[in-house]
Design a protein around this ligand. Structure first.
Ligand SMILES: NC(=O)c1ccc[n+]([C@@H]2O[C@H](COP(=O)([O-])OP(=O)(O)OC[C@H]3O[C@@H](n4cnc5c(N)ncnc54)[C@H](O)[C@@H]3O)[C@@H](O)[C@H]2O)c1
Length: 379
């Protein structure tokens, strides 16, 4: 198989976990096992078929560094999947991206080890030119929440350079019909918006809610709160940047009502980041509180607590989404990939049940078209 050539915007914790994971699962010397991955083979592609060909950031501790150094540079704080001393030297150097609204003012008020330190000295590179020169297939967007202008700028760069887009954060692009139309016009597929991690709070909320409905229960209230200590959580302390994240997180539970023709406003639904505690670093703590009504109106109360490492948890879906995009490109599918987006993202273009989204993914992994994807094949 040919390599899948990815370019990455934002070499933060999620990029670090993804790149370390690619090395971990792609290492030919390692005993062959895909334990911890959702899919070993997607359309003939495994983890070792993915390679990073370009990387962009704005932090002075990352710009100008080779990728093997940049992924471990502060303020990144995710766990080491690979010991930094053993990570092979990369020939990709992190290039200066376009700052735009990527960095919130309040980030300046925190210790350098915990926050972004912007490089104002280096000139930004021409992204379209670099994507073309490096022959990238896919551009992955890992910008901080609230980077509305920057996310749209990079999405347009993907379109202008003929590169598919994987939108891992909550600026609505794949789920926005106007943006989807631009990708269709350019003959490109897109997955988004905002990753739904492998075993994270969102997929757990979705499954709990699906279970409640499948077992005939009414959901009176569903509250999901999240606390973490990485820069993603620090950035979200600025509540003016938070609106899209809350919409996206709540979308996961609201859309379960929509799918079944129920009015989400009849239940109390809340999901969002609730605090930043630096001590936790990349460890996220999520709590769930559900109040249901069962047989004869009898009350059911469910409380649970999840502790996960946020970034590897997200990399576990991105390593699949990259391969779905590549296969879709090869099959000539354009626009938002409905099944793969619903499976890997919080705000897909259309809500789907877990089962329906998984079916679409299985078909794509086998290079088979479905009723949905047939309509999206370029004429
Ligand atoms: N489980 C998860 O961690 C998870 C799940 C869903 C969504 N997300 C979203 O993914 C995104 C990335 O998360 P993360 O934890 O890697 O964040 P992070 O803060 O660790 O990384 C963001 C990176 O972007 C860089 N950056 C900022 N402005 C930039 C610009 N204009 N151009 C290029 N680079 C820029 C920063 O320097 C930093 O390296 C966030 O929006 C987050 O909400 C994460």
């Amino acid at each position: 198989m040919e390599k899948i050539r990815v370019a990455i915007i934002g070499i933060g914790n999620c990029a670090s976990a993804l790149i370390q994971g690619m090395e971990y699962y792609g290492n030919k010397n390692r005993e062959k096992t895909s334990e911890g991955m959702m899919a070993e083979n997607i359309g003939g592609y495994t983890a070792s078929d993915i390679e990073v060909v370009a990387a962009f950031d704005v932090d002075k501790r990352k710009v100008g560094q080779t990728l093997d150094k940049a992924i471990y540079a502060k303020p990144n704080c995710t766990i080491n999947i690979i010991d930094p001393a053993l990570f092979p030297k990369s020939n990709v150097v992190v290039e200066k991206g376009h700052i735009l609204d990527g960095v919130s003012e309040h980030m300046k008020n925190y210790p350098e080890d915990n926050t972004f330190v912007v490089d104002y000295d280096t000139e930004p590179v021409d992204i379209v030119k670099r994507l073309k020169e490096t022959k990238a297939d896919i551009l992955i967007n890992y910008l901080p929440v609230g980077s509305e202008q920057a996310a749209k700028f990079y999405a347009q760069c993907a379109i202008d350079s003929g590169v598919a887009f994987l939108n891992c954060m909550p600026v609505f692009i794949a789920s926005n019909p106007e943006w989807e139309a631009k990708f269709i016009k350019a003959g490109l597929p897109i997955i988004g918006d905002d990753m739904k991690s492998q075993f994270g709070a969102s997929i757990l909320s979705q499954m709990l809610q699906e279970l409640a409905f499948a077992r005939g229960h009414k959901v009176k209230c569903h509250i999901q709160e999240n606390v973490g200590g990485n820069t993603d959580f620090l950035n979200m302390l600025n509540t003016s940047r938070l609106a899209s994240k809350k919409i996206s997180k709540e979308n996961v539970i609201r859309c379960q009502h929509d799918i079944r023709g129920l009015d989400p406003n009849e239940s109390f639904l809340y999901a969002g980041p609730s605090n930043y505690i630096s001590y936790y670093k990349d460890n996220k703590i999520a709590t769930f509180h559900l109040e249901l009504e069962g047989f004869g109106g009898s009350p059911v109360v469910f409380d649970a607590r999840l502790s996960v490492f946020d970034s590897p948890n997200s990399a576990g879906v991105v390593i699949d989404a990259i391969r779905y995009l590549k296969v879709a490109r090869e099959l000539g599918i354009t626009g938002s990939l409905h099944g793969a987006s619903a499976f890997t993202q919080k705000t897909p273009p259309f809500p789907m049940t877990f089962e329906d989204a998984q079916y679409e993914c299985h078909k794509l992994a086998n290079r088979e078209l479905t009723e949905l994807t047939k309509k999206q094949v370029r004429k």
